[in-house]
Design a protein around this ligand. Sequence first.
Ligand SMILES: Nc1ncnc2c1ncn2[C@@H]1O[C@H](COP(=O)(O)OP(=O)(O)OP(=O)(O)O)[C@@H](O)[C@H]1O
Ligand SMILES: [Mg+2]
Length: 332
Amino acid sequence: MTLIEQAAKRLEELRRAGAATADDAPAAEEATDNREGQQERLPTPEAAVRGLEARVPTPKVTPAHAPVVTTRPADAGLIRREPAPSGQTRRVEIDLESLKRRGFVTPDAPKSQIAEEFRVIKRPIIRNAHGPSGTRSAKGNLVMVTSALPREGKTFTAVNLAMSVAMEVNTTVLLVDGDVAHPDLPSLLGVPSAPGLLDVLTRDDIDIGDVLVRTNIDNLMVLPTGAQHRRATEVLASEQMTKVLRELASRYSDRIIIFDSPPLLATTEARVLASQMGQIVMVVAADSTRQQTVNLALSTIENCDMVMMMLNKASQTDVGAYYGYYAGDDAR
Ligand SMILES: Nc1ncnc2c1ncn2[C@@H]1O[C@H](COP(=O)(O)OP(=O)(O)OP(=O)(O)O)[C@@H](O)[C@H]1O
Ligand SMILES: [Mg+2]
C-alpha cells in the first residue's frame, strides 16, 4: 500500500470515528509534530494524517542498564491463568539520574518543584481511585493520560504521575504503554517494547503476568505495548481487552493503572482506550494548542465523566510552570 493509500485509509478511519474533517482546518493546522526539531506545518487534515503516518517509530534502544531477568516469582497480584512459562518476571533498572537530569520526578528528589507539582496533580486521581466508597468511581483506578495533538507532554506526564504515585506509601502503580503505534517508554525507561499488552490480547499462551516488567522502584511496574500488530486498533477494541481491563480494575483495585496514550485527534486507538477508562488526564500544551482543538478532543471523550485538564509547558503561572486543575462537575 502506498503512503497516499495508507493516508487515505487512516483518514477514512478518522472520519468514521468522527475525528477531524476538512471542515476542521484550524485544528488540523495545529497538528505540527516538532519531533527532532522539525517545524513542519501541516495545513490540512490530509497532510496531518500523512505527517502522523510518517512518524518514525521510537527505535528500540539498548538501555544503559540491560533488562535483568530475576528469579522473583511472577507478579502474584495480577491476572494469571497459568504460571508464566519461565516462572520469572522481567526487571529493568530505570536510570533515575538520567530522568532527574531531564526534569522528571524521581524518588530521591521528593522536594523538587516538579515533584511538588505532581503531588498536587495526583491527589484527586488517588482519591477518585481509592477514596472512601462514596467518592470512589467504578474502574476509577484506570487512568489514561492523553492530549489532543502529538508532543503535548503525555509521556512526560504519565511517567511523572507514575513516579509520584509510586512514592506514596501502600500504593502500587502499573504504568502501561498504550501508545501502541509509537511507544515512548522503551527509550525513556529502558523497558523492552515486547512482549506486552498486544501479545496478551492476541496470543493464548501469554498472559499479563508474563509480560509485566518490574523496576528498581519497588511500587512501580511497567506493561509494554508488545509486538507491533497491524490490527492494533481492533485488538484494543476487542472483547478480550475489555475483559483484561475489567479484571485489572476490579481484582487489583489497590493498584493505580496509568496508561500513556496516543493523541486523541490523531489516532482512533486513543478514543477506543478512553472509552474504557475511569479517569482521563487531558494534557494541554500551554500557549500552543487552541481552545477549539481542545474542545474537539474533549468531545471525543465526553462519555468519560472524570476528565482532568492539565496545562503543560506553561511559561509563567501563579503556581509555577506546571499545574493541574479539575474540569467539569466531577471535581472532588
Ligand atoms: N513540562 C515539561 N517540562 C519539560 N519538558 C517537557 C515538559 N512536557 C514535555 N516535555 C518534553 O517535551 C517533549 C515531548 O513530550 P512527550 O514525549 O511527553 O510528549 P507526548 O505527548 O508523549 O508526545 P507523542 O505524541 O510523540 O507521544 C519531551 O522531550 C518531553 O521530555
Ligand atoms: Mg508519548
